[in-house]
Every structure is written in C-alpha cells, then in structure tokens.
Write a protein that binds this ligand. Structure first.
Ligand SMILES: O=C(O)CCC(=O)C(=O)O
Ligand SMILES: [Fe+2]
Length: 199
C-alpha cells in the first residue's frame, strides 16, 4: 500500500517547520506525569532584569539535563539538575518521536492564567542554527501564539494535555512565540521543552 506523504500533524507556515501531535501521550500517562512533575521537580522563581529593573518571571521554572548543558538567557545562567526517572523517560519518548537527540529540558509551570511567557525565539547560540525543540504540554490547554518577525503574520495553536509540538528547521530564525495571559484560565499547566545544547 502506498504511504501517504501528507503528515496529519504538520502545520503549514512560511519559513517554519511545525508538527503537532495531539495524542502523543495517553490520558493516563499525561495525568501521571503532570502530578509527578508538579510534585517532584525543583521549581524556582527566577528574576530577570528588564529596563534596569529586577522583575519576577511570571511562572516557575526548572532546568534539567546532562552535566555541562548550561543555558543562558536574559542575563540568567541555569545549571542543569540531573535527569529524574520520569524526565528521562519523556526525553526518550521525544527522541523517538523526533528522530533527534536531546540533552536538556526547560520545564515551565504556569500556575494559572496570570502566568505567561513573553515573545521570544529559542535562538540562543548554544542551540545552534536550526534547533529541534520538542515541547510537551500537560494540564490545562493554553494558546501558543506565533508571529513572523518580518511580515508580522500571526498564528495561534491551542496546546492540549498530553500533546507534543515539534519546532525545527528555520522556525526560530523567522518566528517568535509566546504564551499570553488569559483571564479564562484558572488551572495549571506544565510545559517541557527538550533541547540539544552544544558545547
Ligand atoms: O509553554 C510553552 O508552550 C512555551 C515554552 C517556550 O516557549 C520555551 O520554553 O521556550
Ligand atoms: Fe520558546
């Protein structure tokens, strides 16, 4: 039988390569991981300098990975904690889905709709030119907004419990993404972005 060339999860945007797999994790596995990560990851409240003022990042974060995979952004250096069993399991599942190796993960805990992430591209030099980023969502659905850096074209995707979004190719060179605050959201969400840090 001929295989379809059409990938049902593919999102067609110019100068981007996005693949959204809504059913990446079973409901049961997603529930289990949400409870596990909320409880067991070493969540920290980080601060960044914005226009000379020190401000709280509007979410909690944790950074895990292989030794040496330090991550620098907004004047902050995160040193990785060693993989937990559940994180290592999820990393391996993402590697299999993406056909790509990862050595670090940034975990973000959005406690409710007042937590958010501002516009950015994951384009730090240590990620390389065309990073592959695997983003797993757990908990309440939140919208991920994309905007094209040159044309300002916008695209919104709802990221659901247990889903995987793969960003690759030139996505980070041409598009920014953000999680907007939302008054409709009162529940929590944990997102994990697996990356490969070059040393
Ligand atoms: O929470 C999300 O879905 C986005 C996370 C993100 O963009 C990041 O960790 O760089
Ligand atoms: Fe990002």
């Amino acid at each position: 039988m001929q295989q379809s060339l059409f990938n049902p999860g593919q999102i067609i945007l110019p100068q981007a390569e996005l693949d959204y797999r809504e059913d990446f994790l079973s409901r049961q596995k997603a529930d289990e991981l949400l409870a596990c990560f909320r409880q067991s990851l070493d969540w920290r409240q980080d601060f960044i300098k914005l226009y000379g003022k020190v401000v709280k990042i509007p979410r909690l974060q944790a950074w895990y990975g292989d030794p040496g995979s330090d991550y620098r952004y907004s004047g902050l250096t995160l040193s990785p904690l060693p993989w937990t069993e559940s994180l290592a399991w999820l990393k391996q599942a993402c590697e299999q889905a993406c056909g790509h190796k990862f050595n670090a993960v940034l975990a973000n805990w959005y406690r409710d709709g007042t937590d958010s992430m501002g516009w950015h591209a994951d384009n730090e030099p240590e990620l390389g030119q065309e990073p592959v980023i695997a983003s797993v969502s757990l908990g309440t659905s939140r919208n991920l907004d994309f905007r094209h850096m040159a044309s300002n074209e916008k695209y919104r995707i709802a990221l659901h419990h247990g889903s995987l979004l793969i960003m690759r190719g030139t996505t980070q060179q041409h598009w920014q993404h953000a999680i907007a605050k939302s008054r409709q959201v009162s529940e929590e969400r944990i997102n994990l972005t697996f990356r490969y840090i070059m040393r």
